[in-house]
Design a protein around this ligand. Structure first.
Ligand code: C2E
Ligand code: CA
Ligand code: CA
Length: 518
């Protein structure tokens, strides 16, 4: 280690500078003193100025050295103070900014809105903008891609805000805007304009991607509430907007009761998954010509100790939202395969897989591994998927379908006619079976359109060699009409509702005439 390094490590830069400065000033003074007194410098000076000069004493030089040293120290201190103030300002600025978008952060927003709430005489509106499907975006483009997108959206929000608006990035995928003096109509217009601005495609690497957004709005008059309350209201309204697929929603105090109910349901639901309280029930599928049972569709049922039976329309969306769909479906599918493995081998099991599962690259392998573990042969499984899976991620769905099909699983397109898939998907993806949604079946003989739709779809399925199942058959007339139109199989309350596994075993042993076992 060099001597300079030794001193740098031991002392601060300022201390070293002070010592070297002192040494240099003292040495210069001493040299001048020796030059003037001992080496005859004073005589030379007297000759130059032309008047007799008194020889300076050693103390004079010490005084001069001290003055120079002090002046330099004062200068140093001033510079130090200026640097410290600048550093403090930088630190304060950094702690109030979001480093990615350079927008103010939550802390700054809360401070600014808090001040505005106290001073503003008019109504304030908080608009909380949440990006849609941000988790998905993260999966597709990774953190770097998402950062690129967020920076672009942040810049747009900054450009869009009017002077005096308080705005910030307050969460991973959340931006907030506070409008002073905004009535409901203005707040709504700004929310719609913000959504449009955000929706314009962002550039991620070489790709362009359009990100949707929803807005929750909470409003308050002067001193009516706190920033935290306003933000909480805006969050509740944002969740409502997302759940109802509205682009924006205003907070209403009635929503609080709903939020409390939902959070209870959420708690119970997590416990139900942990306790395996959600079980598969089975609805028979009948061959329309022979009226024999050819399979069962697994439909999830939750036995809640207080609320009784809870239906999938309530908890499947909840599982999706909480990111628990894979876990729930894994439990149900395992149970269903174990039950189905005990049925006669010509009875198939139909199982519903949700669009979010099909987007996972490991999905098909996991299905095949559960089949192997439970001993249910792949040819006895019918995987039901809805049109929305094709629309959500066609490539991932295509991959999953191919892997499952190659292993012998039959693929069923469910609720046909209710989604947005095109006929091209039907041709391109090669399904084995198509289920016509109950809303068309229940209109048979009532609305001529329904009969026309049935005829057209069944004609198409004949060409594509697809088996057709008519869902939601409740009457003999619907069963006859479906058969007459050419449907092969049927499901509905006429033949049996979804039932627990023990009743399936009983039904298979003693079928009613309309439900003969194949
Ligand atoms: P889906 O797959 O279309 O299932 C058919 C729905 O129609 C079932 O409702 C069934 O009980 C009902 N249904 C059957 N026959 C009739 C009838 O004759 N009349 C009427 N009105 N309804 C009938 P459920 O059990 O409430 O299930 C609703 C939806 O929840 C299912 O629609 C399916 O999309 C989803 N689901 C159920 N279990 C699961 C599951 O384990 N995983 C996933 N991802 N989704 C599930
Ligand atoms: Ca189904
Ligand atoms: Ca269906």
């Amino acid at each position: 280690m060099g001597i300079k390094q030794f001193f740098t490590d031991k002392f601060s830069k300022t201390a070293i500078r002070e010592v070297t400065d002192g040494l240099v000033i003292f040495s210069v003074c001493m040299l001048t003193y020796v030059l003037l007194t001992d080496l005859g410098g004073i005589e030379v000076l007297q000759r130059v100025v032309g008047t007799p000069l008194e020889a300076p004493s050693f103390l004079h030089f010490c005084g001069v050295a001290l003055v120079v040293f002090s002046v330099r120290r004062i200068g140093d201190q001033r510079r130090e103070r200026a640097k410290r103030v600048a550093a403090e300002l930088d630190a304060k600025e950094a702690s109030s900014r979001d480093p990615l978008t350079q927008l103010p952060n939550r802390r700054q927003f809360q401070g600014d809105v808090g001040t505005a709430l106290k001073t503003s005489k008019s109504k304030m509106s908080i608009l909380l903008l949440g990006l849609d499907q941000f988790r998905k975006l993260n999966e597709v483009y990774g953190h770097l891609g998402c950062d690129e997108a967020l920076a672009q959206i942040g810049a747009r929000i900054r450009e869009h805000a009017s002077p005096g608006d308080i705005f910030a990035r307050i969460g991973d995928d959340e931006f907030a805007l506070c409008l002073a003096g905004a009535d409901a109509e203005t707040a709504r217009d700004v929310a719609c304009a913000l959504i449009d601005v955000v929706k314009k495609p962002v550039q991620i690497g070489i790709e362009q991607h359009s990100i949707g957004a929803s807005v929750g709005i909470a409003q308050a008059g002067r001193g009516q509430t706190t920033v935290d309350e306003l933000l909480r209201g805006a969050h509740v309204a944002l969740s409502r907007a997302r759940n109802t697929r509205e682009s924006f929603c205003f907070f209403d105090p009635k929503m609080d009761a709903h939020v409390r109910e939902r959070s209870l349901l959420e708690k119970d639901f997590r416990a139900a998954i942990g306790g395996y309280d959600i079980r598969p029930y089975y609805q028979p599928i009948i061959d329309l010509k022979t009226k024999r049972i050819v399979g069962f569709e697994s439909l999830a049922r939750w036995h809640h100790t207080i609320s009784g039976m809870i239906m999938p329309d309530t908890f499947i969306p909840l599982a999706e939202e909480l990111g628990l769909m894979d876990e729930l479906s894994g439990q149900l599918f395992g149970d269903a395969c174990r039950d189905a493995a005990t049925w006669p081998e010509y009875i198939s099991l139909s199982f519903n897989f949700s669009p979010s599962q099909l987007g996972d690259v490991n999905f098909a392998d996991e299905v095949l591994s559960i089949l192997a573990d439970t001993g249910l042969p792949a040819y006895r499984l019918e995987a039901e998927i809805t049109e929305s899976a094709l629309v959500a991620d066609l490539e991932a769905t295509r991959h999953a379908i191919q892997t499952l099909r190659n292993a012998g699983v039959r693929i069923v397109i469910d609720d046909f006619g209710t989604g947005y898939s095109s006929l091209y998907h039907l041709y391109e993806l090669r399904f084995d079976k198509l289920k016509i949604d109950k809303r068309f079946i229940q209109e048979l003989g009532v609305s001529p359109d329904s009969d026309i739709f049935m005829k057209a779809i069944i004609g198409l399925c004949k060409g594509l060699e697809l088996t057709v199942t008519a869902e939601g058959i409740e009457t003999e007339a619907q069963a006859e009409a479906s058969l007459a139109h050419g449907a092969h199989q049927a499901q509905g309350f006429l033949f049996g509702k979804a039932m627990p596994a023990n009743e399936v075993t009983e039904m298979l042993a003693n079928p009613r005439p309309a439900q003969m076992v194949a």
